[in-house]
Design a protein around this ligand. Structure first.
Ligand code: AHR
Length: 495
């Protein structure tokens, strides 16, 4: 039986914030060194050392913000080591990934890279080994306009103008109580974290009242999130969430994982409301989902710093993630795919070139087409999936439908765009779209990510087997069929 999707372009959830298509670059594996920064490479700009091919792909994704420098890395990072003449920068042991940090790429290089990428910088502060004084120095170095030490150091290093970094997060993943590895350097309990972060926030805002602070969250549904929000609500503009979904070799586990993130977002929305009520906070607080992706640590073992090799199933999981952010556009205002280059990334480099992983393609389609107003839609007749999920509670608390959908009214108001993931590995699905109060033309533009080679197909250097196909299709009476295990983006023109 067909699945019926009802769309009313007047039922707007919220504007899609373009910042949901943001990125994340960490000093981890080959994300920075050998990824976006590769001095001496024939593919790099001889002046900056930035890989030109990488920048071109990042620009094609229209990435508005990039988070830096970690992640776990930041919790033992001295930002002061990464500024000033390169030959004087110390080489340090690195405690998150147990490597060595040359400090050849630091704050000034990142600022320039962001400028070239057309993105705004977002800095995560070191609340592990770092002190409040270090954090104040970093903000002053980036944003200071007075005749003070760190602002003058920036000028001395060749950067007279302040960088005006708006986004700062108060540490990274303080503690993850549901996971056995307390890997974060400087791990804290929620109450210790909240107490410290409150004092940091106060001082940082005294130094620069224009900055927007992000509290360090967890999955969105834990005691950590509740406690941190409750204490920090008067100080923050965003609460961060981190979640990675994983396939464990099972396609349905892979593509249903983002339903857990959606539940985390819903719960966080309520926790934010509660914290605002209890603290009489008038200003809006929203979610910055600053680490999300598909990541199967078992599968990535052996690679240098979690280099995933994604397949078609992962691409569909990424599309499901992005559907979540569109549906939750009222509260998710920033989301950063982790990460942007080589490390669990849609983009892979080698010394001689790059390739786009399967997961690149849904991200590209969303970033370029799913903008405008997020529309509420109702979906009837899609069977619910009740099998194994990860986390296991998804199948009991929020079992997802086989067909996953989100919709937008385009920025120019001329098109309704419908993003459809058919999670079903075996069967195609007939869909009937019904539009309330508007007529659409029969001819629709359709983009599809799919492969006849099945769910395990991957891309590689010189072998981009999974890409996007585009066609014009006559959609009579709103009826179309989406293929098994596919992602389809349908653009209807309003008549
Ligand atoms: O993105 C990789 C790592 O995952 C980050 O460093 C950390 O914050 C998270 O656990």
């Amino acid at each position: 039986a067909p699945v019926e999707i009802q769309i009313d372009p007047k039922r707007v959830i919220s504007e899609v914030d373009p910042r949901i298509y943001s990125g994340f670059t960490e000093h981890m594996g080959r994300c920075i060194y050998g990824g976006l920064y590769d001095p001496g490479s024939p593919l790099a700009d001889p002046q900056t050392g930035f890989r030109k091919d990488v920048l071109e792909v990042i620009r094609s994704l229209r990435v508005p913000i990039v988070r830096y420098p970690g992640g776990n890395f930041v919790s033992s990072y001295r930002w002061q080591d990464g500024v000033g003449p390169r030959e004087l920068r110390p080489r340090r042991p690195e405690l998150a990934w147990l490597g060595e940090e040359s400090n050849h790429f630091g704050t000034d290089e990142f600022m320039l890279w962001c400028k070239e990428a057309g993105a705004e910088p977002y800095i995560c502060l070191n609340m592990g080994t770092g002190t409040l004084e270090d954090a104040l120095g970093w903000v002053e170095y980036c944003n200071g306009t007075s005749n003070t030490y760190w602002a003058n150091q920036r000028r001395k290093n060749g950067h007279p103008e302040p960088y005006k970094v708006k986004y700062w997060s108060l540490g990274n993943e303080g503690a993850l109580p549901h996971l056995p590895s307390p890997w974060q350097v400087g791990q804290m309990t929620a109450s210790d974290y909240a107490k410290t972060a409150f004092q940091w926030a106060k001082a940082l805002k005294l130094l620069d009242p224009t900055i927007e602070l992000v509290s360090c969250g967890e999955g969105g549904y834990t005691a950590w999130d509740g406690e941190v929000l409750n204490k920090l609500a008067p100080m923050i503009k965003y609460h961060s969430l981190h979640q990675y979904t994983t396939s464990t070799g099972d396609h349905m586990v892979n593509v249903t994982g983002p339903a857990g993130a959606e539940k985390g977002i819903e719960i966080t929305k309520s926790l934010i409301d509660l914290a605002r009520i209890q603290n009489s906070v008038e200003e809006e607080i929203t979610i910055c989902f600053d680490e999300w992706n598909v990541w199967d640590p078992q599968r990535a073992i052996g690679s240098e710093g979690a280099e995933e090799h994604y397949d078609l199933s992962d691409a569909l999981a990424v599309a499901c993630w992005l559907n979540v952010f569109i549906r939750k556009a009222d509260v998710v205002k920033i989301a950063c795919i982790a990460q942007s280059v080589n490390v669990i990334s849609p983009l892979m480099t080698s010394p001689t070139g790059l390739y786009k992983q399967t997961t690149f393609h849904p991200l590209y389609l969303f970033a370029n087409h799913m903008r405008g107003l997020s529309l509420s839609l109702s979906l009837h007749g899609s069977p619910t999936y009740n099998g194994r999920t990860r986390p296991a509670w998804i199948q009991h608390v929020c079992p997802p439908a086989m067909l996953d959908a989100s919709a937008v009214l385009s920025e120019d108001g001329k098109e309704v765009r419908l993003a459809l993931v058919n999670r079903d590995p075996e069967e195609g699905q007939e869909v009937v779209c019904r539009f309330a109060g508007v007529q659409v033309r029969e001819e629709a533009r359709v983009y599809e990510v799919w492969s006849s080679e099945g769910l395990g197909v991957r891309n590689d250097f010189g072998q981009e087997k999974v890409g996007v196909t585009q066609r014009t299709e006559r959609v009579r009476e709103g009826r179309l069929t989406v293929k098994k295990h596919s992602f389809t983006l349908v653009c209807f023109t309003l008549a």
